[in-house]
Design a protein around this ligand. Structure first.
Ligand code: FES
Length: 62
């Protein structure tokens, strides 16, 4: 898939996320222009990032 507003493919966005993993919201804010764009790809971007397990999980107390 491709984000027209960011002019990046999802693979390009996920490559940045793999290099420097951040939360979903930070990924959208730092690695895309979705927040100033149409926003139409955000749900697909989030879903695919979670499916690929690219979102760091918070450390839970033992
Ligand atoms: S296509 Fe991704 S925010 Fe518009």
């Amino acid at each position: 898939m491709f984000c027209l507003c960011s002019n990046k493919s999802f693979d390009e966005i996920f490559e940045l996320q793999q290099r420097h993993p951040v939360s979903t919201e930070e990924m959208i804010a730092k690695y895309t222009d979705c927040l100033v764009g149409c926003g139409s790809c955000i749900s697909a971007l989030k879903a695919e990032a979670e499916f690929r397990e690219l979102i760091p999980q918070p450390v839970t107390a033992l």
